[in-house]
Design a protein. Sequence first.
Length: 191
Amino acid sequence: MEFQLQDPKSPKTLTMSHVLVVPYPSRGHINPMMNFSKLLVFNNPNILVTFVVTQEWLTLINSEPKPDSIRFETIPNVVGDKFIDVVEAVMTEMEAPFERLLDQLVLQPRPPTFIICDNFLFWAVRVGNRRNIPVAAFWTSSTSKLWVQFFHIFLQRKHLGMDAISVHFSSPLSKNNQSFFLSLLYKCVVR
């Protein structure tokens, strides 16, 4: 299984045979993952990317320009009347169709060797683990959103104390203001 990147010391490019990219079916997730896919193939044109979207999303993004080494595959649409219904459908109904698609792709001359999934698609990690295919979760939002979303977990698990956070916090704020800002942030997150 090949999944090495270009060695910066060598002009020879090593290939990553075939990467499956699986975004959450929403524009705020699809666009960053497509941009990442374009960067990936730009840096190594020997990489083949299969971008997996729902049938509905394919009709919306298929006309956008993309490199030849990025291709689309589809899985059935997920539907729901309300936002929460769609979220539940994404979490419970997309795994089986994705696994069936993977069954087809592994029979091709260039089978998938790596999966990059949206960080919300836990089932993609399960599928990759069952197939012994390495999986990387891709965070599509800003790092500040990641920080806000998981800050309380760091504190609960005591991975970072307030002193450690203040020391590593890159901001023009003074240390006193940093502590105040972080305590405010913490109060907002854990409500």
